[in-house]
Design a protein around this ligand. Sequence first.
Ligand SMILES: [Mn+2]
Length: 545
Amino acid sequence: MARLTEMQSGGHLGSAVKIDLSDRAVASLVETSIKRHGFNEYAATLMSLRRILPDLRDAQCKGIDPEALRLTKTSIVIVFFNEPWSVLVRTVHSVLDNTPPHLIHEILLVDDCSYLCKCHLANDQSDLHSNTFLFTPISAHLKTRLEEYFRPYPAVRILRAPERLGLIRARVFGSKNTTAPLLTFLDAHVECTKGWLEPLLGEVVKSDKTIAVPLIDRIDDNDMHLIRNVSLGLLGAFEWDLNFGWWYRSSLPSRTQPEQAPAEPFETPAMAGGIFTIARSFFARLGWYDEQFQVYGMENSELSIKGWMCGGKILIVPCSHVAHIRKRAHPFIDPFGHLNVTFRNSVRLAEVWMDEYRQVVYDVNGIPGYREDLFGSIEERKRVRARAGCQPFRYYLQRAYPEMPSPIVPGAFRGEVHNAALGNATCLTAHPHGAPFMAACDNRNETQFWTHNFYKELNSYKRCIDVGPDGVQVTQNQCHRMRGSQAWYYDVGNEQLRNLMSRKCLAVDIHSRNNSLKLEPCADDQLRQKWYVTLVKYEFWEPLQ
Ligand SMILES: [Mn+2]
């Protein structure tokens, strides 16, 4: 076993925790902790709960007098769910150690029903790693021990959710249970650095419709070292699946202003979602989050879009640095099926906020439109939008995000897909878990509804036609948006559907008993390779730049 004294300096000033993996007992503990938590919790535990990170601010930031900003207090809301002790407690200490106390109304820790043992999960979550964790305590430390630990810190309050709410609703629950005029949200596995809060509050005090986001530095999920300066060159955005991602500012010509000071806040079309300051009144006017969103995902896109549409803006504030452990997996959350959750959430978001542009989102998801039985009622959310007095979605694109790529793809189509060899009474049909096939049309707009869309997919309800392992058979898989073998080209002239990777054409296998499909070399004169579709055009789309 390694000597503990050697370990204790690990992590100081953002250095790495050194672990002797040649010790097999240690290596196995590391492996277990990564499996269980999605990052190296063993390494995190070896660091000081009050480790100090370097001051990451640009020199210009240090010249700003926080007293002159006339800052108001904020509540700091931190939602956690089965979070390991060391990262949660370190998050809170990093706030206490790097924030003037008079700016903190309270630090509210919201426990989203962390559970005491894995036994709850064992039956219905069969894809969890194994049964080895059965009946092992997971989060006992988050109950009495957490309360006792923070008792000497009156600024810290713990709030328990009455039932599992999911991150999104738990944040709203926390917000409504605290009273400060400003709300600041943190993930439960971050480390705030010197001067992190004042510039965020400063921007929101300047305009109560600004959502202020820090620069997010990265803590390596394996050895806990600080990776600096990863985000100054980035801004947040999405494409038509509304899934948040980072883009280089330098790749967006209108965003590059070489004369801009490194301390100057800059606009971003979207925010990552975990760490930001917002005025309580503005958040309330925007209807908080859509509380029918499940678990997490898309709430950040929703808030970004409506924040801009309803008179606000989103600023990345480079003088504020918060370091964050980006977990490589979310073992407690992924069993909910992240893809399906974001599917539902993105459709709700599109229906409420995106006006005519919502059709692009439906096509990207392979659905004909919004359906209350699948996606839940949105009446209340539409009332929220009407009350808030917001601009149309077009304004969001013009003002906040003119770089949104054109959704137009040549040969895009929507609806039934017929084959020339079989006629218009026979439809391309999705199999619930196997390969697509041809069957009598049923007019139900379900398994026979297809879109060929922005991602070049052949998509039916988020399952995409893909090339089978032998390169001849076709299969249907979860759409991955990465194009590759799921990318197709519809040649309007000769009505062929060509797979872009294999360069082969989709054909009905007329020798098969059940009219299955296959890929074959393209040949212009083969009826079985000709597909009749209904082309779509986005008449509303105009180039913005
Ligand atoms: Mn996080």
